[in-house]
Design a protein around this ligand. Sequence first.
Ligand code: HEM
Length: 433
Amino acid sequence: MFPDHWSLLFGQIAFYSFLMLIVSGVVLTVYYEPSVSQVVYDGTYAPLRGLPMSRALDSTLRLSFDVRGGLLVRQVHHWSTLIMVAAITLHLLRLFFTSGFRRPRRLNWLVVFGLLVITLGAALTGTSLPDDMASGTSLAVLDGVLQATPFVGSALSYVLFGGEFPGDVISRFYPLHVIVLPVVLLLLFAAGAFLGLRREPAQYADGRTKTAKVAAVQGAGLFAFVAGVAIVMGATATINPVWLYGPADPAAVSAGVGPAWYLAFLDGSLRLAPGWEVVVWGRTISLAVLLPVGVCTLFLALVAGWPFIDERLTGDKRDHHVLERPRDNPIRTGIGVAGMTFYGVLWAAAGADTIAVQFHLSMNLLLRAFQVLLVVGPPAALFLTRRICLGLQQSDTAIAEHGIETGRIIRRPDGGYVEVHRPASVPTELPSH
Ligand code: HEM
């Protein structure tokens, strides 16, 4: 028997989009050339004809304009990435807000967190492959961040890019992207499935379950749905139009191009960092990059280690097989929403320039407002969420004691009016654990 609830499907959605990525990725490898050697473009897209560019971009443009169905496959690959990142993120949030990370499932949490980090790595290496101006800009930011590491920065950049930036990053990222990271992801999915099936899966208190046969048929349907969404999106919605960006150029900076939404929080943290500096052994070290890198690393470390932190804080070392509702644990839910607020402010700050231009606001004022929000927002979110959860608990108690309001008003013999309540239904099946 498997628990039956829509919120338990995000892991499956992530896996099905991963399958789509493998299938579309294999087709892409047939046409894509992972090389930075220069050629002059003479393909179908007239505005770029005659322009020198790498073979990587040249082959991506040919894939988009000259290979039948090539653009569709590229876009299905990209849309599947977005579905996969979103599904893993939602899966992690679901585990958090329902306490699905507690013993004996602490390892599951680490596996899902690992999936998220490796998928972000796969997405970053993938978007770098076309070698266009947008991906070149994000690699330039990455190079800047590495270079800002005190003492070893230049060496780190040299190792990653295989020489002085931009080096031959494509031939380094390509094997990572098509072999190493997908294999790691496959192993993580296998570990997740093994850990999930080793014992009965955790379920909600309503105890709704479905048989393995129903779960299998639903799974097949869900795969068809995920594939359908990725294909319809790929066929109708343009994504990553590299022909508009042109070839990467380390000496140029593209305006109005932002990072992919799943990496935007990192970019936002860079924008919000104050330009503080310290002098160590006669060397000036800028905190403008170190501070946001440190803060984001700490944030991710807290997320990764949450099951262990939670156990320390609550002292609860028992096994749990019944999931909680977010309102059942106001403080934990509050901490989750505080974390989301922190992430959300960083995320929004990555679009500060666009917001400033669109709404005719001062960029400096906007960044200052985001800085304040980053500090004030999370505790305020924790406080508010906790109050809302307590309010919901009170409403649950009122329903349990007095029943559900029916909206039917009757007049009493003494002339007063009362609303008729019907008794709240008692769950017919109690959880098996
Ligand atoms: C598993 C997770 C994967 C993720 C998250 C991912 C993500 C991406 C992304 C975002 C791009 C840029 C697409 C674009 O041009 O708009 C890309 C490009 C590419 N990917 Fe993947 N990919 C994955 C797996 C694979 C696999 C398994 C293969 C091959 C077996 C593959 C082959 C390629 C190739 C050849 C390109 C360059 C072609 C192009 O950019 O159009 N990918 N990938």
